[in-house]
Design a protein around this ligand. Structure first.
Ligand code: BGC
Length: 306
C-alpha cells in the first residue's frame, strides 16, 4: 500500500493505492489556490492525515505537483497554475506530519503509473504526454525516470514550437502547451470566432474542449481545423522527442485523451511524416490506461523507476 496525492488546479485528490496500482480508498478536497499557499498547505495536511488514519502503517506520502521542483525534490520552484514560486513544500508538510514527503511532477507521476500498471507496462523506454489545462510530460528511459540535472527534464509542454498569438503561463511565447492543451484549443476557437469564422460553436456561448471535439466529430469546420492544428503540433513534438530519446512507446493521457482514436489517428499521422527515421523508429502511440487517477497511482509508487 502507499499514499498518493495529486494536486490539480481544481481538486486535490488523495488515495491509498495497493501494490497492483488499484486505489482502495480515495478522498478529495477543492484546490483553494486563490486563497494562497497556506490554505492549500492546510488542506493538504488534513487530507493526508485522514488518509494516514485509514492506513496507519504508511511511512511516506508521494505528491504530484503541476509544476517544477528543485533538483532535490524539496521545493516547488514554479507552479504557475497554482501561483506558487519557491515554496518549501516538503519541509512545510513534514513539520506537520509524521510521514516522509516525496514530491514529484504530476505528469511524471502519471508516467510512472502507466509504466508500472498501465498502457506502457513492460516497456523499458516510454514517454507520457498529459493533455489537460496544461501539457505535462514524463520520460522513462531504460527503466529510469529522467529528471535531469536541475529536476526540470521532461517539461514537454514548454518546448518551443513557433510563435503563437498568446503567451504561456510560464511567460514564454510559443510553448507546446499554448498549441496542444485544452486551454489552447478553446483560445484558438475563441480567436477564430472573434475574427468572424462561422461555426456551430458560436451558438454555444461558453464551450469547453470536449464540446470542440464533439463539433469536430460532427464535421464542424472550425472545430476540425482546431483539432487538426493541435494534432499537428503534438506530432511535431513527438517526432522531436523521438529523435532525441527514441522511446518504444508514447502514451497520451489527460482530459483531451478522452477524444480517443479520433485524436490518436491524427497524432500518429502527423508524427510519422515528421520523424527522421519513420521506417524503423516509429514509436507506438497509445491512449493512457488511467484517467484522473494516474497522478495518485504514480505518486504512491515513486520508488519504482529510480
Ligand atoms: C507545467 C508542468 C505540468 C503540466 C501539467 C505545465 O504547465 O509546467 O510542470 O506537469 O502543466 O499539469
Amino acid at each position: 500500500m502507499g499514499i498518493g496525492i495529486d494536486i490539480g488546479g481544481t481538486a486535490i485528490k488523495g488515495g491509498i493505492v495497493d501494490h497492483l496500482g488499484v486505489i482502495q480508498k480515495e478522498r478529495m478536497v477543492i484546490t483553494q489556490s486563490q486563497l494562497g499557499y497556506d490554505q492549500v498547505l492546510n488542506d493538504l495536511v488534513l487530507l493526508i492525515k485522514e488518509l494516514q488514519q485509514l492506513s496507519p502503517t504508511e511511512t511516506a506520502v508521494g505528491i504530484g505537483i503541476p509544476g517544477i521542483l528543485s533538483g532535490a525534490g524539496e521545493t516547488v520552484v514554479s507552479c504557475p497554475n497554482l501561483n506558487w514560486q519557491n515554496r518549501p513544500l516538503k519541509q512545510d508538510l513534514e513539520r506537520e506530519l509524521t510521514l516522509e514527503v516525496l514530491l514529484v511532477n504530476d505528469a511524471t507521476a502519471a508516467c510512472i503509473a502507466e509504466a508500472a500498471f498501465g498502457s506502457t507496462r513492460g516497456r523499458s523506454s516510454s514517454v507520457m504526454l498529459t493533455l489537460g489545462t496544461g501539457v505535462g510530460g514524463g520520460v522513462i528511459i531504460n527503466d529510469r525516470v529522467i529528471s535531469g540535472a536541475h529536476g526540470v527534464a521532461s517539461e514537454v509542454g514548454h518546448m518551443i514550437m513557433e510563435e503563437n498569438f498568446y503567451n504561456c503561463n510560464c511567460g514564454k511565447n510559443g510553448c507546446l502547451e499554448t498549441f496542444a492543451s485544452a486551454t489552447a484549443l478553446i483560445r484558438y476557437c475563441q480567436k477564430q470566432l472573434a475574427e468572424g469564422v462561422e461555426s456551430d460553436l458560436q451558438a454555444d456561448g461558453d464551450f469547453d474542449a470536449r464540446r470542440i471535439f464533439e463539433a469536430a466529430k460532427a464535421g464542424d469546420s472550425l472545430a476540425l481545423t482546431a483539432v487538426n492544428r493541435l494534432a499537428r503540433y503534438l506530432g511535431w513534438a513527438i517526432a522531436n522527442i523521438s529523435d532525441l530519446v527514441d522511446p518504444e512507446i508514447f502514451c497520451i493521457g489527460g482530459g483531451l485523451s478522452e477524444a480517443g482514436d479520433f485524436l490518436l489517428e491524427r497524432i500518429r499521422a502527423e508524427t510519422k511524416c515528421r520523424l527522421t527515421y519513420p521506417r524503423f523508429a516509429m514509436p507506438e502511440i497509445v491512449l493512457a490506461t488511467f484517467r484522473n487517477e494516474a497522478g495518485m497511482i504514480g505518486a504512491a509508487n515513486l520508488g519504482r523507476f529510480n
